[in-house]
Design a protein around this ligand. Structure first.
Ligand code: HAM
Length: 430
């Protein structure tokens, strides 16, 4: 006997099991989201969970926290450097290029769902394996497509029964107008350097936009007076943004203009947006999703200049919000009848009968490992089925079966070949 102490294995830090009782919420989210996305014209794509590290360095951005601090990386035995995707936008762009989707009619509209991996400090609503549902609309620069992505999210939240969500929106400008804004921002913050937290003093050099996003108390008064991107937009970006806002007004989608909304990824141009829960979670605003336009990413990844706009929703957080709001979900497993079996013959025949009922579209519960009729009927009662079918030794020999009305206790014996018809008729009548 080995003397080594038994290890109690646990899921890795920041990762978790999603158990059956929570799956009903995930199922509901996915059903509603996929249906709606397809109705809006997005088509499903799956891309690998592992991608070339370089794709994220070039795509998501070399100075972003996601790439510099949070990426899980590995080297294969052949020496290839891969990363567990921290987000899916660069992967979808790579798939577009690799599969010649530039030859398809545009815009190319794709959606996805799956796990992402970010090595962050876990806290409420923040996981290291997180799930996103996202859409990307590729190949057009029209403002109406930016508005459509926001409309979709708004529509989806409403369909899920989530009402207390705020939409924040801003424009990040473009390579023509952003440098002047960046200079103004650096000038402003440099003058107030002593009033900034150490992290922001560092950000000032690397990514001054991220200062606007700082949550430190110390930086708040400085931030509120900072110059706003909207005052620096070039004519084209200004027109584009105005059009997006007018479309949202037309759709009666309320929004907050938030000049501090900069997002944590490098690729954005023009519109950026984020959805926050109205109520704070442990003193902080919880983002349920976000996105924006990224007209230069495709070129960055080696393709032709191709404008695009998209978003990703944090499904872990949406599911938590659904539970908190008491959103109604129907059970995935909803049997209408229960199959009771007694004796060897009954048991043997009941497996076949279970399959027949299933093929006829009648969801049937069972407890094949139990022998006592009393126990089986108790389980049937607990499940709330309307009828139980009882197949005992005698019925197996006679090719009959007993139908028991669970409410009245009335029983009727019918030939086995008529059981599907009989059950269907009764279920319709009820
Ligand atoms: P993101 O803002 O990094 O955007 O992530 C989108 C959403 O994923 C967040 O708003 C949040 O709900 C959820 N999320 C992010 N990190 C975590 C975490 N550690 N734990 C739980 N949930 C999390 C993107 O990923 C972009 N790819 C969106 C996009 C698509 N932009 C254009 N196209």
């Amino acid at each position: 006997m080995s003397k080594t102490k038994q290890k109690n294995f646990k899921a890795p830090k920041g990762m978790r099991d999603i158990l059956p009782e929570e799956q009903i919420y995930w199922e509901k989210f996915l059903k509603v989201a996929q249906r709606l996305a397809e109705d809006y014209g997005w088509q499903k794509i799956e891309t690998p969970i592992l991608e070339d590290v370089e794709l994220f360095i070039r795509g998501t951005g070399q100075t972003t926290d996601i790439v510099t601090k949070q990426m899980y990386m590995l080297k294969t035995s052949g020496g290839t450097r891969l990363a567990l995707r921290p987000e899916q936008t660069p992967g979808v762009m790579r798939a577009y290029l690799e599969n010649g989707m530039n030859n398809l009619p545009h815009p190319v509209k794709l959606y996805y769902f799956g796990p992402m991996f970010r090595h962050e400090q876990p806290q409420a609503g923040r996981y290291r394996q997180l799930y996103q549902f996202g859409t990307e609309t590729i190949g057009e620069s029209a403002a109406v497509l930016d508005a459509q992505v926001i409309q979709f999210c708004f529509h989806l939240f409403r369909s899920l029964g989530l009402k207390k969500i705020n939409t924040h929106i801003n424009s990040m400008g473009c390579p023509q107008c952003r440098p002047a804004y960046r200079r103004a921002l650096v000038d402003y913050f440099r003058r107030q350097k002593n009033k900034l937290c150490p992290d922001c003093q560092k950000r000032l050099k690397e990514n001054p936009f991220r200062l606007l996003d700082c949550k430190e108390e110390k930086c708040q008064p400085v931030k509120t007076q900072a110059p706003a991107m909207l005052d620096y937009l070039c004519e084209q970006c200004h027109r584009h943004f105005k059009e997006v806002l007018e479309l949202l007004d037309e759709l009666e989608i309320p929004y907050f203009l938030n000049s501090a909304l900069v997002r944590g990824l490098d690729y954005y141009t023009k519109t950026v947006f984020e959805f926050f829960l109205e109520e704070e979670t442990q003193g902080a605003r919880m983002a349920l999703g976000g996105g924006g336009r990224y007209d230069n990413l495709m070129k960055e990844l080696g393709g032709k200049p191709t404008p695009a706009v998209g978003m990703a929703l944090g499904v872990d957080r949406i599911v938590a919000a659904m539970k908190k709001e008491g959103v109604k979900v129907s059970p995935i497993y909803n049997p209408k009848i229960f199959l009771v079996q007694l004796g060897d013959m009954g048991k043997r025949k009941s497996l076949k009968l279970f399959e027949m009922l299933h093929q006829a579209g009648i969801v049937t519960a069972e407890s094949f490992s139990r022998d006592s009729i009393k126990t089986q009927l108790k389980i049937a009662d607990r499940l709330g089925v309307k009828y139980s079918l009882i197949l005992g030794q005698q019925e197996a020999l006679d090719n009959t079966i007993i139908i028991r009305d669970m409410q009245s206790g009335v029983q009727e014996t019918v030939p086995q070949e008529k059981i599907i018809d009989q059950i269907k008729k009764r279920l319709i009548k009820k």
